[in-house]
Design a protein around this ligand. Structure first.
Ligand code: AMP
Ligand code: MG
Length: 482
């Protein structure tokens, strides 16, 4: 035991660590490894409040930096690294696990139960060849993008704090180290089930299943009902990604939650100009996780979950039959959600025949003319969309048809304003923000966070952040956070 517990702290976290009470081969007890000179970059006080974290007065930055760097542990924390496996780019990796993250424990309040996890806190038994650390860039990227996703109404892990460690991290070059504290309704992944099924650890699998059921879907009672709930949550989630032009970039089964929250903001990106098969991730060489493939990949991931649940069923043949039906029903469910979501983006609440064709026609015009995904939809709300198109006449034809159609909708502008954000975190702004932070200027980081807090509200102060990148500003590839 090296890391001290701070008992005289002004900050109190209402811990109740249920995962640490599961069979102990599901995790490893690990402590964070001390860092040289932690400094607080930011602390999300509003989120802390929601999680029932209390502070006597205003906790000092130095104390928060101690805590969220892992140099001290809050009373009640029981740090563990979680075990999981996963399919990475379709290839089975029999063991992954938290290689650079530690679950401090679960904060329980009237808002519910939330994992509090440090990311970048040092090596664990699951680090393989990694150093267990993170550098500043991915920490700030995850902070900004996950909080922006939350503000957009997308289920996601959230960011509670970011600290710099005062320690260099060696990647291709030497970079400043940092640690993110993130929260989630849990960090249980498809890969958490997969590893136990692959090891034929029926007892562990049962324990995890019962735990996940009680924590996330208490209304379900058996593996099939559970699978259907996860399918429903993930279908909703992927539809939200699609509707905001979000590309996750690394939809491996270890990055796919049971809760239906977005997790792992490595090489993710929001599209600027619309292309149905856009890819940013530098490691996604076969475009497996392209924008337009996401609805198919999530079905594939759910099939992996289903496979892992089979041993929990009394009759394998029946299980395979029922699970297969559940998986086969998923594409239609996603298609239906997608239609609703994109109809709202063009002001339609009550779907009619022909609406889908209208949506598809707009998307194909956008793809042909390389228009900005976010700005075209937002411009529909104020009648300026034609300015987004170079061939205005092609758009005008569509617009005439569309106006006729939405004449029968009640308040289409309100529908569109709620579905089409004014602002999203754009890649080139994120890259510029990271560059400034590396040069010790955190003002762009704070400004981005502020700008993204109310993404559906037009705010001229942040107009510059809504501009698509100029050719030379375009980010063509994003990189994993490792
Ligand atoms: P990710 O691509 O972030 O989902 O990570 C995939 C796996 O690699 C997970 O098991 C991570 O914990 C592990 N990993 C990623 N980066 C590091 C690192 N710097 N040190 C140790 N393990 C890491
Ligand atoms: Mg991951």
């Amino acid at each position: 035991m090296n890391i001290p517990y701070l008992s005289d702290m002004s900050i109190q976290i209402p811990f109740d660590n249920s995962y640490a009470r599961l069979p102990d081969h599901l995790f490893a007890k690990v402590e964070p490894v001390e860092v040289a000179d932690p400094a607080l970059i930011t602390f999300n006080r509003r989120l802390a409040n929601e999680l029932g974290i209390t502070m006597e007065g205003r906790a000092e930055d130095a104390e928060l930096a101690q805590l969220f760097s892992g140099n001290a542990l809050p009373t009640g924390a029981e740090p563990i690294a979680q075990l999981y496996a996963g399919h990475q780019f379709g290839h089975w990796n029999p063991q992954l696990g938290d290689g650079r993250a530690l679950l401090l424990g679960e904060a329980v309040s009237s808002s519910g139960r939330y994992d509090i996890q440090l990311k970048g806190s040092g090596p664990t038994p699951f680090s393989r060849n990694g150093d267990g650390r993170a550098w500043l860039g991915p920490v700030l990227r995850e902070y900004v993008v996950s909080e922006a996703m939350h503000a957009l109404g997308v289920p996601t892990t959230r960011a509670l704090a970011a600290v710099s460690t005062g320690q260099p991290v060696l990647r291709e070059t030497v970079l400043p180290g940092a640690i993110l504290t993130r929260t989630a309704t849990s960090h249980i992944r498809v890969g958490t089930f997969q590893i136990l099924a692959a090891r034929q650890d029926l007892e562990g699998l049962k324990a995890l299943f019962e735990y996940a059921l009680a924590r996330h879907y208490p209304q379900a009672s058996d593996p099939l009902a559970f699978l259907n709930e996860v399918i429903k949550s993930q279908a909703k989630l992927i539809t939200k990604w699609m509707s905001f032009g979000f590309i996750h970039g690394v939809m491996n089964t270890d990055n796919c939650t049971i809760s239906g929250e977005t997790i792992d903001y490595g090489p993710c990106a929001f599209m600027d100009h619309f292309h149905p098969m856009q890819v940013f991730s530098s490691i996604d060489r076969q475009s497996r996780y392209a924008y337009g493939n996401q609805p198919d990949i999530i079905v594939w991931n759910m099939a992996q979950l289903a496979t892992s649940l089979v041993p929990l069923m009394p009759d394998t043949d029946v299980a395979v039959k029922e699970f297969t039906e559940a998986i086969h029903a998923m594409p239609a469910m996603i298609a239906e959600n997608w239609k609703q979501a994109f109809a709202a983006k063009i002001g339609i609440q009550n779907l009619q025949d022909g609406d889908e064709a209208l949506i598809q026609e707009l998307l194909s015009l956008m793809a042909k003319q390389n228009t900005d995904f976010t700005n075209v939809f937002r411009a529909l709300t104020n009648g300026t969309a034609q300015d987004q198109f170079t061939d205005r006449s092609a758009f005008s034809g569509w617009e005439t048809q569309w106006k006729t159609r939405i004449a029968s909708e009640t308040d289409p502008v309100a529908t569109m304003t709620a579905a089409n954000p004014y602002i999203i975190p754009r890649n080139h702004q994120i890259e510029a923000m990271i560059q400034s932070a590396v040069d010790d200027d955190f003002a762009p980081f704070h400004r981005l966070n502020e700008a993204l807090e109310n993404p559906f509200v037009t705010d001229e102060t942040f107009k510059d952040l809504t501009r698509p990148p100029a050719e030379e500003e375009k980010v063509h590839a994003t990189f994993c956070g490792t």
